[in-house]
Design a binder for this molecule. Sequence first.
Ligand SMILES: [Ca+2]
Ligand SMILES: [Ca+2]
Length: 264
Amino acid sequence: MAGLALAASPATAALVTSSDAGVIAAAADADHDRNEAHLKLLCKTKTEGGIISFVAGSEGKVLLAALSAKPLKDVRKDIWLSPRFTSPGKGRAATSATEDWAYLYDHNGDGRIDRMSFLIGPLPTEPDTHDPRLPNIAGDQVRIEGADMMARVMKAMRYGFWQAADEDADGMPDIMAMPARRKDTGWYRGWAIFDRRATTEDASCRFIDRDGSAKGPCHPGAEIGDYEGESLTARVWVRDPGPIFSAIQDAALACKLGAEAFRR
Ligand SMILES: [Ca+2]
Ligand SMILES: [Ca+2]
């Protein structure tokens, strides 16, 4: 999986667990630039929650699953793998895209999906090289001064994903990770990683920076769903995610997708 080298580098290996490394690798993979032109519908099947479509990428293996109310017409147009924006006055953006999709992985190769990266949407993501010309973000508010600044902010918008890992193959997520953001600037970097099997709230959450280094524990913040640490903060999905792996796995079985169909 792309990004594994990042997670397994000697400088960081001692700081994160193998579960965390898997989550970081999936996050790095989800952040890869990909082209919709390579997408191909493999199979779709009706479920209680809607229609689940399995879509292959350029390698021919299942890249992602999309959930939609109606059958997708053309996955190359209905699914956007990176954010798109229109400039003011340049007309409306196409509105056919579905944002309900997740990258899928079978990390241990046993034929059952055990990692997912669910699309949240475009997030203002700190560039690799710190750009002092980017404005601070307070909550969801940012003061844009001029077209140049607007262009820099748009360029820094990246898709954010929440990650889920099923470590014991029971269909329920065990590790979940949400994008974190810097307290001082409001820009996203790194993740808050939750272990749902931890017995205390304090033990359940920790921040990992995007270079794989541990950034300490996170504590519940002032509002429900807010967690904060020394320099990072995150708003997490506190609702029980339920057996999401089982639901997608059942759909994969209905589509007769075996172990060889999935990426590891
Ligand atoms: Ca598996
Ligand atoms: Ca599980």
